[in-house]
Design a protein around this ligand. Structure first.
Ligand code: NAP
Length: 334
């Protein structure tokens, strides 16, 4: 990309904090149109036709949509996961895709660990007993939870967030950690604090050995539907499954079957195949499920940090500079 100081057209497709919107408006012509908000879809489509840059998240930017964006040079996603974007179509046109790695790592690991705690100790279920006036006597063992400390945690995906979950588990809760990823890490050099505390292994072996399995890997052609009936069937009797990655890595029918007819103790889910979770989804009210509305990174501090990084990425790209966090540098026309 050549250096460019001219005002260009920017489409904001999910609301940004006012200070970051103002940064964009100071330099470019900005349209805010969230296609998920009733009534804003026509404005979104209209702005797409002349947009040089887009910024937002949680909306699939597929090949058909890209065909209506002939001027597009850069998409800045306010997320670390890039499963909403048609990567091959972006590559074919040299469109830059930026994302927000790193700034949400610790917060998302906190969320995943909260789900581990909530699912094991039945926190949401038992808090509702108090709230609904059902705490009328000392609780009996039918409401007891399951210890977290000392349990073996299996982590699917051992990148930034997986490692942050592992640190909480191994260093804070004395949990042996097993992890599955395509490459094993040399922990002694890459992560000395986890050396001797985390072990790489194939998926099936991890599922057979872990008490709690937490998924935090990207959604891709390889990981779509990764957890199905066979995989849930390999898990230890009484084990817990946590999904902090993307809903589509799980075959939800198979998860429900494992909860209802198998030996799975509980599931803690932040993400679902369809979001928001449809009202008729059995996962919404299942007694063994703790369901969250995709809040992995949803704190004031982290959502703002993500917006700052995404805005900077977009401004840099439109200025013809290399942005701080590019996902597809190898195919981008920069
Ligand atoms: P990352 O640093 O890129 O880590 C991804 C990890 O997954 C790596 O260890 C990678 O190792 C592994 N992996 C990738 N493909 C795999 C495969 N086919 N089989 C096994 N392992 C595989 O990413 P991150 O920042 O930790 O984020 C991970 C994901 O979390 C994101 O893509 C996003 O979908 C999700 N996320 C969710 C929320 C939420 O709100 N719930 C928030 C943030 C992120 P190898 O390359 O060696 O396989």
């Amino acid at each position: 990309m050549a250096a460019n100081t001219s005002r260009q057209k920017v489409l904001v497709f999910r609301e940004l904090p006012p200070d970051q919107l103002a940064r964009l408006q100071a330099q470019h012509e900005v349209t805010v149109a969230n296609p998920r908000v009733p009534g804003q879809l026509p404005a979104f489509h209209a702005a797409l036709a002349s947009a040089a840059g887009m910024i937002g998240s949680s909306y699939p930017i597929n090949e058909a949509l890209l065909a209506h964006a002939p001027q597009l040079k850069v998409i800045s996603s306010v997320s670390v996961g890039v499963d909403n974007y048609a990567l091959s179509a972006l590559a074919a046109r040299g469109i830059l895709l930026c994302h927000t790695p790193g700034v949400l790592t610790e917060t998302t690991a906190d969320t995943i660990f909260s789900l581990i705690m909530a699912s094991s100790r039945r926190l949401v279920e038992l808090a509702s007993h108090v709230r609904e006036g059902r705490w009328t006597r000392n609780i009996g063992e039918e409401l007891f939870g399951w210890d977290v400390h000392g349990k073996t945690l299996g982590i699917l995906g051992f990148g930034r967030i997986g490692q942050a979950v592992a640190r909480r588990a191994a260093l804070g809760f004395g949990m042996p950690v097993l992890y599955h990823s395509r490459r094993a890490l040399d922990l002694a050099t890459a992560l000395p604090e986890l050396a001797g505390k985390a072990t790489h292994m194939p998926l099936d072996e991890l599922l057979r050995r872990a008490d709690i399995v937490a998924a935090v890997l990207p959604l891709s052609a390889e990981t779509r539907g990764l957890m199905g009936a066979r995989e849930f069937g390999l898990m230890k009797p009484g084990a817990i499954f946590i999904n902090g990655a993307r809903g589509a890595i799980v075959q939800e029918d198979a998860l429900l079957h494992a909860l209802d007819h198998g030996t799975l103790r509980a599931a803690g889910l932040d993400v679902f195949a369809t979001e928001p979770l449809p009202m008729d989804s059995p996962l919404r009210t299942h007694p063994k499920v703790t369901a969250l509305p995709h809040i992995g990174s949803a704190t004031f501090e982290t959502r703002h940090a993500m917006a700052v990084l995404a805005t900077s990425n977009l401004l840099q790209a439109l200025a013809g500079e290399r942005p701080a966090a590019v996902f597809n540098l190898e195919t981008a026309a920069i």
